[in-house]
Design a protein around this ligand. Structure first.
Ligand code: BTN
Length: 260
């Protein structure tokens, strides 16, 4: 399918406060790296680096990210004027993607803490936020969505694309525009310190709350039931011994039942 990203301004026109500059390349190591180097060269807030494929795509927790043609792989640069809660932004970006997928295609998209987006328990999107300090802090909001790309065989059990769920290809430009609009809304709320609203929305889209989970943190593996998130976006799990645990960073797996 031919995707015309020059159409993007049509989808964004009149609706955005951020001034977007779209940098579209056929390939790069990682859109995060390219955005960082363009930022060093003077590009600022609103820069969107979009690549058709990446040779060293990065995921959360030091993992790699497979980015073959047909997917939506981009990094948005934000330069918040004051210190912002990164964890809340990261939850809000996950909600933004889930909301866009629900509203554009009617997908039953849910967020797995902190910001993976799942459809039928398979990952359709992931979010990575990295920071860089120059004079002030710049945030590099990386979003990957499996759209029309083929999911590699070894990932098929865990990942899915929009094409596979809808059994048709979709155009990526309106999707990108919609996700950017949703992220912009979240970002405005964050700057206005309306974190409660971001968390309320996250809870309404969450697939993790009420579920049995396994959480792998840097230090330990916790099994329990995910009950809520704190006001700073940490996950609250009541472990199998009935103890309330608060997790700031980790890898969550949804379980159907606890292992013996
Ligand atoms: C994760 O789920 O682990 C996060 C995946 C983030 C992938 C996106 S694709 C665009 C941006 N560039 C990267 O190298 N990674 C992010």
């Amino acid at each position: 399918m031919i995707d015309d990203f020059s159409d993007l301004t049509k989808y964004l026109s009149g609706k955005s406060r951020l001034r977007y500059v779209i940098f579209h390349v056929s390939s790069c190591s990682s859109t995060q790296d390219l955005a960082m180097s363009l930022f060093e060269q003077g590009y600022g807030e609103g820069l969107v680096v979009l690549s058709e494929e990446m040779s060293s795509g990065r995921g959360r927790l030091g993992r790699s990210w497979t980015a073959t043609p047909g997917g939506l792989w981009f990094t948005l640069v934000l330069t918040p004027p004051k210190p912002t809660n990164l964890q809340i932004l990261s939850l809000g970006v996950g909600s933004s993607v889930a909301k866009a997928l629900k509203e554009l295609y009617g997908l039953n998209a849910v967020v797995k803490w902190p910001n993976d987006v799942l459809v039928n328990e398979k990952k359709i999107s992931g979010v990575l936020i990295e920071g860089k300090k120059k004079l002030s802090i710049a945030l590099f909001v990386g979003v990957g969505v499996n759209v029309n790309n083929e999911i590699p065989e070894e990932l098929k059990e865990k990942a899915v694309s929009i094409k596979e769920v809808l059994t048709r290809q979709v155009s990526r430009a309106p999707l990108l525009a919609r996700i950017l609009q949703e992220i912009e809304e979240t970002y405005s709320k964050l700057l206005e310190e309306k974190t409660d609203e971001i968390l309320r929305e996250w809870r309404s889209l969450a697939g993790t709350l009420g579920k049995k989970v396994k959480v792998v943190t840097g230090e330990e593996v916790i099994e329990g039931v995910a009950v809520d998130v704190t006001s700073d976006g940490s996950l609250i799990v009541v472990d199998r011994a009935g103890i309330r645990r608060v997790i700031y960073s980790g890898d969550v797996t949804h379980l159907t039942q606890f292992p013996n």
